[in-house]
Design a protein around this ligand. Structure first.
Ligand code: SF4
Length: 400
């Protein structure tokens, strides 16, 4: 019951927070303009999204097989692959690989957030740097991500300027966003080259080649996965698709609906760096990492895939579009969520992170207005999932 009480207090507080509203209305306005112009410039994306929905439907039905295939391919590329059935298993594999007293640079990862990866590595005695600018801001503010793509979407520029001024001891004006970005660059630059380990997630994985696709604009993922000697990737099993060409289609649709005509960087990682330039002797650890580890996380995904309605939650590309269209999210940001947000997040809370009370609170906050379904590139029917989730919850409660 206290979960409900606290949640109600939190969400009402957020709804009356002028700063959240200001930050969100700025973000929603630019998101809509960006996605509209990206789709106008590349109108074939709408048709491609239909194909991607079919690819995801099929891939979710054969997640186990695709994961085994990807593991084989990564091993044959001289990387190491692991399947973690639970969050604890994933954390154990990662702790064993990283050890203690290390410097870790991390790209943004919802799956990492799901299992509390940064906190775990810190508790384990490591120095961890979030390198995505938004994640860096919220790490330093001691806050939590409030959007799957723009974790600091709720933080207005005035707060960023105050934070960076404190960190650098220089007065930084809030209206000089360029200077704020340059400050983050300066604070993080050397960390990539000092780091023992770089960590990332993946937007999509091609099982046949064991290739992880990483979409970004900042360039932090390139550095975090390229400069340190070891790269560890944590990936949810729902990110697997059969072929390289399928993965290209998923990636293209993801960035268009995230509001980009083309992202600044698209990295494809299939194993550790290698060279054969001296007498054709293949040697690992050229300019990039000499070790590459990919951990595929189940943690309830294979179970969720069996549910005829709720399995749609696994089709999500994490483009973030639905959140910008959600009328509740527009005034509350990630307070309408837990590790994952809004209606889709309710399913992830119930079935993946196991926070059922929070899931119930989220499901009953959702207005089932269906604006998210209209925006969603893969047509996820969140109102339908909410009706089903509530039915399951009521049934579950009746049997308790
Ligand atoms: S549910 Fe659809 S719109 Fe929302 S993040 Fe996922 S793919 Fe994008």
């Amino acid at each position: 019951m206290s979960v409900f009480r606290n949640y109600k207090k939190e969400i009402m507080g957020a709804a009356h927070n002028e700063r959240i509203r200001t930050a969100l209305s700025r973000a929603v306005k630019s998101y809509r303009a960006n996605v509209d112009s990206a789709l106008k410039a590349f109108p074939h994306t709408v048709k491609l999204a239909e194909e991607v929905r079919e690819i995801k439907e099929r891939a979710i039905s054969e997640m186990e097989r695709l994961t085994a295939r990807a593991c084989e391919a990564i091993e044959s590329n001289k990387g190491k692959a692991y399947i973690a059935r639970t969050a604890e298993e994933a954390l154990k594999v990662i702790s064993d690989l990283v050890g203690t007293g290390k410097v870790v640079v991390k790209g943004k990862s919802m799956t990492g957030e799901e299992i509390g990866l940064r906190e775990h590595l810190e508790e384990w005695g490591n120095e961890v740097y979030e390198t995505d600018l938004g994640e860096f801001i919220i790490q330093k503010l001691g806050s939590r991500p409030m959007h799957i793509l723009s974790p600091a979407v709720h933080v207005p520029r005035e707060d960023v300027a105050r934070l960076f001024s404190e960190m650098t001891g220089q007065e930084l004006p809030p209206d000089d966003i360029e200077a704020l970005v340059a400050t983050a660059r300066q604070l993080l630059r050397e960390k990539y080259f000092l780091a023992d380990v770089g960590m990332s997630g993946a937007n999509v994985v091609a099982a046949e080649t064991g290739s992880l696709f990483l979409i970004e604009n900042e360039g932090n993922i390139r550095l975090a996965t390229g400069a340190p000697p070891v790269h560890i990737a944590l990936v949810g099993m729902e990110k697997l698709v059969p072929t390289f060409s399928d993965a290209c289609k998923v990636a293209e649709v993801t960035w268009r609906y995230a509001g980009y005509t083309m992202p600044k960087y698209l990295s494809v990682v299939s194993g550790p760096s290698a060279t054969g330039d001296i007498e054709k002797v293949i040697t690992y650890g050229a300019h990039g990492p000499r070790e590459f580890h990919a951990i595929f996380l189940d943690a309830g995904r294979t179970e969720l895939a069996k549910h005829p309605v709720l399995r749609q939650a696994l089709y999500c590309l994490r483009c973030g579009g639905c959140l910008y269209e959600c009328p509740v999210f527009a005034v509350t940001a990630g307070h309408f969520g837990d590790k994952y947000f809004a209606g889709n997040g309710a399913v992830w809370s119930a079935m993946i992170t196991g926070n059922r009370e929070k899931a119930a609170a989220l499901a009953y906050t959702c207005l089932t207005c269906a604006r998210c379904r209209i925006r969603c590139p893969v047509g996820i029917d969140t109102p339908e999932m909410m009706v089903e989730l509530k039915r399951l919850m009521v049934e579950g409660a009746a049997h308790e």
